[in-house]
Design a protein around this ligand. Structure first.
Ligand code: NAD
Ligand code: IPM
Ligand code: MN
Length: 359
């Protein structure tokens, strides 16, 4: 199979983890007889530096023409004081919007050998298999107005949370379709005790549930959901929620797996290429030191193989190579506590590649 992949390494540890993910893609190509052609483009801070634009037109057109997009991360202190339109994060938000990537899948599971090392009790995390379905192109991130304003002579600011019926319907429907091939349970997370947008969300979720009578739908308020994720994460099968709640809950849920450096994601539209990226950011505190965990980026490659190319065996091989690499006992710095030894970003990938080759 021949596929064109656009690489958007971005900033901070983005290029470090993307480099490792590409090594894994190359190994998959070699072992399974595929051809992956890469084209690199700038996004985020590096694109601001080079083109004064966090999402240059050239980047967007390369992405549109490709079969899938692999993204590292964007952002960093260098650009934190920039005006809103010249922030790295704006590039990421715009590409999600331009490609209509309304559905962000963030699977949460735990690798075998990390169960005993979890900061949460073993019995609570063993067997966890949760799919967070985060709405990605609406809500507070995109609502207008979003600006500074005068409030009764005082400095103020406004952001706006809007959702249309069609935006809610498509993400809820996506969650039901996923639940159908999973454990047939959806928990829809909202703040319907306060927010009008959440009341509409809940109403539409109930309507769509009637089309799927064999799937159980439960509603949960977001503050309770934040607590329940730690108390009893196995009650969740598919968790569907709006943009900002999904952002926050998925970083929280990463600690069920053991580290933010482990969780992958796929951002999908109804047609056209998706973006595959770790859920973590550019981690300026560890950038350039070889300390980044590459496994979230590598697992994002597994999601690409499965969702973009339908290569399920290849995706399973990557996930099993990660599992076996961790079984050897090696850990990156984010997975150790105290004075325990750890390996570098590249050394972790080396061991994943060995296990990929030996399957
Ligand atoms: P972050 O996710 O970059 O880092 C949070 C913490 O997790 C840090 O201590 C970091 O060292 C650690 N961490 C993250 N990824 C890791 C990995 N792979 N291995 C080991 N440790 C890892 O979040 P932040 O520090 O709040 O944000 C930093 C910048 O990243 C900001 O500019 C933010 O806007 C941006 N960001 C970008 C994305 C993205 O591109 N998708 C996502 C989140 C944050
Ligand atoms: C993520 C990030 C982004 C988000 C930021 C960088 C805009 O945190 O992908 O989770 O909030 O969506
Ligand atoms: Mn986030």
């Amino acid at each position: 199979m021949k596929k064109t992949i656009t690489l958007l390494p971005g900033d901070g540890i983005g290029p470090e983890v993307t480099t490792e993910a590409i090594r894994v893609l190359d190994k998959v190509a070699e072992l399974f007889g595929h051809s992956f052609v890469y084209q690199s483009a700038a996004i985020g801070g590096i694109a601001i530096d080079q083109y004064e634009n966090p999402l240059p037109d050239e980047t967007l057109s390369l992405c549109r023409e490709s079969d899938a997009i692999l993204l590292g991360a964007v952002g960093g202190p260098k650009w934190d004081a920039n005006p809103s339109h010249l922030r790295p994060e704006k590039g990421l938000l715009r590409i999600r919007k331009e490609l209509e990537l309304f559905s962000n899948l963030r699977p949460v599971s735990i690798y075998n050998s990390l169960i005993a090392e979890s900061t949460i009790k073993e019995d609570i995390v063993r067997g966890i298999d949760l799919m967070i379905v985060r709405e990605l192109t609406g809500g507070l991130y995109f609502g207008e107005p979003s600006e500074r304003l005068d409030i009764n002579g005082e400095e103020g600011a406004v952001d706006t949370l809007t959702y249309s019926r069609s935006e809610i319907e498509r993400i809820i429907r996506m969650a039901f379709q996923l639940a159908e091939v999973r454990r047939k349970k959806i928990i829809s997370v909202d703040k319907a005790n306060v927010l009008e947008s959440s009341k509409l969300w809940r109403q539409i979720a109930n309507e769509i549930a009637e089309e799927f009578p064999h799937i159980e739908l439960e509603h949960m308020l977001v503050d309770n959901a934040a607590m329940q994720l730690i108390k009893h994460p196995k009650q969740f099968d598919v968790l569907v929620t709006e943009n900002l709640f999904g952002d926050i809950l998925s970083d929280e849920a990463s600690m069920i797996s053991g580290s933010l450096g482990l969780l992958p994601s796929a951002s999908l539209s109804s047609n056209g290429p998706g973006i595959y990226e770790p859920i973590h950011g550019s981690a300026p505190d560890i950038a350039g030191k070889g300390l980044a965990n590459p496994l979230a980026a590598i697992a994002s490659v597994a999601m690409m193989l499965k969702y973009a190319f339908g290569l399920e065996d290849e995706a399973d091989s990557v996930m099993s190579a990660i599992n076996r690499a961790l079984d050897t006992g090696i850990r990156t710095a984010d997975l150790v506590y105290g004075n325990q030894e750890y390996v570098s970003t590249t050394e972790m990938t080396d061991v994943v590649l060995q296990h990929l080759s030996n399957q």
